[in-house]
Design a binder for this molecule. Structure first.
Ligand code: FMN
Length: 472
């Protein structure tokens, strides 16, 4: 079973409810459905394709602001459809769940965008509706325009956003794990008792950023807490991942992995300090596959994509992500002088991968997911994925060039090879998403969510009924 075989690799498709996600500019091609993003048809088709290909999940990115750092404004982003317009990812999920049975749905939501009480209810609702197939990519936002639109004067500082996220999760764990006891719901028609009031508790959280009385408005869903994804890789981001994440989205090089450097080894080591097991976190490498029947065919396809990529939109993406206007900085300036409030993990990764004093802003401009294709025949791609697996990677978030074309090519060509090698699943167990990946539908006791659950039960057992039971 996948849950007990860590080297069984997991496949996710990476997408976003917008026109142009990562490989900027390719939306203009005839063989891609990007511009239909605002209708249900392409999403339902994609979900069915991914389930036929035995993918574990569709992973949906999101932002809640404009990328407006490049050239001092959002014009390039808007013109190029670069992550704007962008529709809400959560609202796609019920439709896709209707046409699938097993596929998981991991969506992104920023801790700045929704109050945790409301967010807890939205997620529990989705977990109920999908039978426990929901994952959440926890992000803290890096776009100042998002903060400005959400009523904050400034984007809080990089590390403070993670402090806020820690408390946001504390509130959520109390609502999801400790507010409703396991046997609170009776649904007893004969006695007209739906739920036992003695087993539904307020949380009375009072913290630095949030005050939430509770109780949670939803009864326990199959997973209670959704499967937790995270993607930050700065030192503070890694600390956050080590504490909370079950799945971490990384962009590592094989050289970095082989040397035991970079986020994977570091986050596993940090997790141990929180009393978690190294296998409690699965690492998903981002890869952008281009598959061809022959190597020459694959290379020709990739060359065509590279020709059509928009450099301007890719720069608008990168500048917004790191929070600096690369168009206004001398490209030969040492990268050590970087001072931004966005994705600092990207910059740190670059600095760590070369001797001190050798990286420049030119390297940063080149370090972009767009166009970083892994090109080859199905066997060559399977070799690459297997190599990542042998270096400690547990799964992949596959980035598309065309949608659903990239996924169709991968599923028709690479998945059968991986299946023959026993590296990916050939069918699904009918269990919630977390159980499929980790063997249990609920978070273990050693995770902070589990600790919240245990602490609440301890207080109840100590006969402190009537008092707030999940106070941190
Ligand atoms: C591969 C990858 C995917 C990400 N996806 C999103 C996303 O969809 N939405 C978002 O707001 N942030 C996203 N982020 C940003 C991170 O969640 C994090 O907030 C950011 O990297 C800053 O943290 P750091 O400096 O610790 O890396 C992503 C980051 C990476 C590396």
């Amino acid at each position: 079973m996948a849950a007990t075989e860590p080297k069984r690799l997991s496949l996710n498709a990476f997408s976003m409810n917008c026109v142009s996600h990562i490989n900027q500019g390719l939306w203009v091609r005839e063989d891609t459905r990007n511009i239909e993003y605002r209708t249900l048809a392409p999403w339902m088709e994609l979900a069915k394709i991914l389930e036929a290909g035995c993918f574990d999940a569709l992973f949906l990115a999101d932002v809640v602001g404009l990328y407006d750092a490049y050239r001092g404004g959002p014009e390039v982003s808007i013109r190029e459809g670069m992550q704007v317009p962008v529709n809400d990812p959560m609202l796609l999920i019920p439709a896709m769940a209707t046409v699938t049975e097993h596929l998981g749905f991991a969506f992104t939501s920023s801790i700045l965008q929704t109050h945790p009480f409301t967010f807890a209810r939205q997620v529990s609702t989705l977990d109920h509706l999908t039978g426990g197939r929901v994952g959440w990519n926890i992000v803290t936002s890096y776009l100042p325009n998002a903060a400005a639109s959400l009523g904050l004067k400034d984007l809080p500082g990089h590390d403070e956003r993670y402090d806020m996220a820690d408390e946001y999760l504390e509130v959520l764990y109390k609502l999801w794990e400790a507010s409703w006891e396991e046997d609170a719901v009776l649904a007893d028609k004969a006695h007209r008792i739906y739920a036992d009031p003695d087993k539904v508790h307020r949380i009375d959280h009072v913290g630095r950023y949030y005050e939430v009385a509770g109780p949670h408005l939803c009864e326990p869903s199959p997973q209670r807490t959704p499967l937790l994804f995270q993607a930050g890789s700065s030192p503070r981001g890694r600390e956050f991942a080590a504490r909370h994440a079950e799945c971490a989205f990384v962009l590592s090089s094989r050289r970095q992995l082989a040397a035991g450097k970079g986020p994977v080894a570091d986050i596993r080591a940090r997790a141990a300090r929180y009393g978690r097991n190294p296998d409690d976190i699965r690492f998903y490498q981002g890869l952008s596959p281009v598959v061809g029947g022959t190597e020459a065919e694959a290379k020709a396809k990739a060359a065509e994509y590279l020709e059509q990529l928009s450099t301007e939109a890719a720069l608008a993406h990168l500048c917004g992500s790191v929070g600096v206007d690369l168009g206004a900085i001398d490209p030969d300036r040492p990268l050590e002088t970087f001072d931004g409030n966005g994705m600092t993990g990207v910059v740190k990764g670059l600095l760590d991968s070369a001797p001190p004093g050798t990286r420049t802003f030119r390297d940063l401009a080149k370090a972009n997911m767009a166009g970083q294709f892994v090109v080859g025949t199905p066997e060559q791609l399977a070799d690459t994925l297997a190599e990542f697996g042998s270096l400690g990677i547990d799964g992949f978030n596959l980035v598309y060039a065309t949608t659903p074309g990239t996924f169709v090519d991968f599923i028709d060509g690479v998945v059968p090879v991986l299946q023959q090698r026993g590296l990916v699943r050939t069918d699904y167990e009918p269990v919630p998403l977390r159980e499929r990946l980790f063997g249990t539908p609920r978070l273990p006791d050693r995770h902070p969510a589990g600790q919240t659950r245990i602490e609440a039960a301890r207080r109840r057992a100590a006969g402190r009924a009537g008092q707030p039971i999940a106070q941190g």
